[in-house]
Design a protein. Structure first.
Length: 309
């Protein structure tokens, strides 16, 4: 099949592209960064370099594709005062509308959209509203087009953001923690699910959740702590205001900081996982214990960088 992959060679798109190429597909990878072109070519894929807000570019790239993988990322610089949540949501809608128009004219019959747990929520999901917008725009496509809305759990890689806190304060802290439940997912398990949807089709428009492991925050901290030689590592739950102040202190835009606090609060009270719990998937193969090895390597490398600087 001729398949177009958005997301450059990022966290999900790189293993996805590699799997599709191994399976013999003709893959075109879209990137907004010119320097990525050579890396994409070296993988065996066709590079398409351009702006996701350029409808003509998207339409040309999608033209003649059998299937398309769509995603909305990145969100931009969270420290930029001009890059507030409204601007992020507006940009998401423009790109999602471009996807919809380009898919309609392309002849593609299968679409996979990378959404998120929480995309079903009407409120309380923070910036996950980006994916509510994406799902809505693509759901307007003809029902002759098969669309899978993939809703993955929280990415393992998000835990890298806590490395400094672990090193300096011997804890992970957020406005959810301790015995609160968190559902995690590996990019490898996401890529496997996308390949499955692209190759097998499936029913018309449908939602599929993707998760790798379900743990309490305290269990997550224990696994990571053991991996880095710190078995006493804890995950503390702090208040919403304290979380907001911490995000502000680290330079996050006010409206985006409030969006993160809102999303974290919904994780804490369980509403974030309500629809996931009604439609639980079979958990993937990459567990937190597997990811902890990558985390330990990252933690050690960054500790050495700190010593050398």
């Amino acid at each position: 099949m001729k398949i177009v992959v958005t997301g450059s060679l990022g966290y999900v798109s790189k293993p996805l592209t590699q799997k599709l190429l191994r399976n013999g597909h003709d893959v075109t990878v879209i990137s907004s960064t010119f320097s990525r072109g050579e890396e994409i070519s070296n993988c065996g894929a066709n590079p398409a370099i351009g702006n996701m807000e350029d409808l003509n570019f998207i339409s040309r790239t999608f033209d003649g594709a059998d299937a398309v993988f769509c995603m909305l990322a990145p969100y931009g610089n969270f420290s930029d005062p001009k890059n507030d949540s409204d601007r992020i949501l507006d940009r998401a809608q423009r790109i999602a509308q471009n996807y919809s128009k380009a898919i309609t004219n392309s002849g593609a019959r299968t679409v996979v959209y990378l959404s998120s747990i929480g995309a079903d929520m009407k409120s309380g999901s923070g910036l996950i509203r980006v994916h509510s917008i994406g799902e809505y725009e693509l759901s307007q496509l003809s029902h002759s087009i098969r669309i899978a809305f993939l809703r993955p759990a929280g990415y393992y890689k998000n835990l890298y953001l806590y490395a400094d806190s672990i090193r300096n304060q011997n804890t992970i802290a957020a406005n959810y923690g301790q015995d609160d439940r968190v559902v995690w997912v590996s990019n490898i398990d996401i890529a496997d699910a996308i390949v499955s949807e692209l190759e097998s089709g499936g029913p018309g428009q449908h939602v599929r959740y993707v998760a790798s492991d379900e743990l309490r925050c305290s269990e997550t901290a224990k696994i990571l702590g053991n991996a880095i030689g710190n078995p006493g590592l804890t995950w503390n739950r702090i208040g919403d205001l304290e979380q907001l102040q911490a995000l502000r202190f680290h330079g996050m835009n006010e409206s985006i900081a409030r969006s993160f606090v809102e999303m974290n609060a919904s994780i804490r009270n369980g509403t974030f996982y309500a629809d996931y719990d009604r439609n639980k998937p079979i958990l993937g193969k990459v567990k937190m214990s597997n990811f902890s090895e990558d985390f330990a390597a990252f933690y050690a490398q960054n500790e050495q960088i700190g010593k050398d600087s």
